[in-house]
Design a protein around this ligand. Sequence first.
Ligand code: XIL
Length: 365
Amino acid sequence: MLTRRQAMLGSAGLIGALAGGALRATHAHTAAPNATSMLRPNRRVPYGACVNLDPLEKEPEYRVAVETYCQQVTPEYGLVWDYLRPARNQFNFDFPDKALAFAEANEMTMRGHTLAWYGAMPSWTKEISGTAEAERELANHIERVVSRYRGKIKTWHVVNEPIDDTRGVVGALRPSIWLQYLGPKYIDKAFRLAHQVDPSAELLINEYDIECVGEGFAVRRQALLTLVRDLLARGVPLHGVGLQGHIQGKYQIDDDGLYKFVSEIRSLGLSVHVTELDVIDKDFPGPTVVRDALVAARAYDFLNAVFAAVRPSVIATWGITDRYTWMPMWNKRADGLINRPLPLDEHYQPKPLWFVIDYFCQKTA
Ligand code: XIL
């Protein structure tokens, strides 16, 4: 259960948090462009975002925003199979190499997303058939990719989105070529391989839709917890859980359900990371100030329940500016207005969501 104080602080406590944060961040945002770390000294939890290569290379404003706000970056699609493996015998490390150089030049860390996922698979992988071939391909991939960034990428989202919610099935393992050919143990294999290649890397399982009120969310929480316990019981080198946090704005956050889930993960000795936070604003009213407040309030409730259980290792959003977000891909608004799921608006101005994140990053207790 959340304590009375934590519950009272719910989204109502937002106002105070915003007022405090607003002053600090406005000051920092108007500082010199290379004022790296202006926003960082007081952070107990680092803030990160996924980055997109094109604007990172071509848009100075984008680059400055990432430098100003972030302590950590994740290449948005630069480490998925689809990008890295244009052909079976070809690796393309252009994006992750450039993102890493950017991160290192700015004293940021970079996280790796992701080694085994049902999604973003290049079409040539349809040719893979049989257990031996699948195992060989997975091992080869993990060996090549993890060894290239050994000691540099310190946290990997090893297995992404393992829990199914398609075809009316909730809670089973999600179909993928890995599940098809290697069975449920594909997860064990991916973790063991990654650990072998870089024993010092922190290895996570990363999952979405576990934070809201509703039967489906509760089932997913339970399924993930069961999976995590089983992996640990089998001695799999799993070190943490990533809560993606693509929050479905139309639902309330399940404060108690989320708090209990995160507490369980913590009691298993695992770290907790917020890895892909954004708020799906598809069903929110159009006016900007209303929408931004609702987005911020949902994120507040989410982070409040997480922080009540544990201080997460990072708060990372999936993008930094509304100018570049994957949201319209599945969640375009019916009124034609652009989505506003991220901490900075399309002109790089901080929104209420930013001040919520900044508040939690600096929170002392
Ligand atoms: C999305 C990217 O943002 C898009 O650019 C890409 O085309 C599709 O995938 N969960 C994940 C991310 O783990 O990899 C997804 O990213 C968003 C949902």
